[in-house]
Write a protein that binds this ligand. Structure first.
Ligand SMILES: [Fe+2]
Ligand SMILES: [Fe+2]
Length: 190
């Protein structure tokens, strides 16, 4: 892909005309998948996830979108409930606080156990979840958390969540990195 084309896609992403997931160059706005989550993507609760850094090089919004998209793809391939997989994937990390600050405050409950509970409560305020969606959000940290997943889709999300964490670390795109540096410099100035 030429530099000019890359810049053009970057511009379209900023305008919201293109939506991408990490590891893919596709405009997911043009896919069937997008129709399943479009309503959720426009809620303030999901949009506000953009304000939080996640896995160092990305935002929590992008991470949730990544998990949602790949969870959908894998579940569809395996003829599982891809619709629930897409929606639960998008809401699986629906919490609005800084992870590092939570960890530093030495709470009684570890963040890995705490944030799925917060996410499921936040999701319940947003939509009426079916049992599969609830299980996927509540138990996406298994086996770090002890409750066993009840559905095949939940086992899938535990893998997809970890896979996304890896690609988010390994595929930092230069533009995102520049934005991250710019934001850090801005934070230090203020
Ligand atoms: Fe999580
Ligand atoms: Fe996650």
């Amino acid at each position: 892909m030429t530099k000019a084309r890359k810049a053009e896609i970057e511009r379209l992403c900023e305008l919201g005309e293109w939506v991408r997931v990490t590891g893919s160059r596709k405009n997911i706005k043009l896919t069937e998948y997008y129709l399943l989550v479009e309503d959720l993507l426009h809620t303030d609760e999901v949009q506000e996830l953009s304000d939080f850094r996640h896995h160092r090089m990305t935002t929590r919004y992008q991470h949730c979108l990544n998990v949602s998209y790949y969870n959908y793809k894998v579940c569809r391939f395996l003829r599982l409930d891809a619709h629930s997989a897409a929606r639960a994937g998008l809401l699986h990390d629906l919490y609005h606080y800084d992870t590092a600050r939570y960890t530093k405050s030495s709470p009684v409950i570890r963040h890995s156990s705490y944030h799925p509970q917060v996410a499921v409560e936040s999701a319940a305020r947003l939509i009426e979840m079916n049992p599969r969606e609830r299980d996927m959000i509540e138990n996406h940290m298994w086996p770090v958390t002890t409750a066993r997943p009840k559905y095949a889709e939940t086992y899938i999300i535990t893998f997809v969540d970890k896979y996304c964490a890896v690609i988010e670390y390994l595929l930092p795109q230069p533009a995102r990195f520049r934005r991250w540096v710019k934001n850090r410099m801005h934070m230090h100035k203020n």
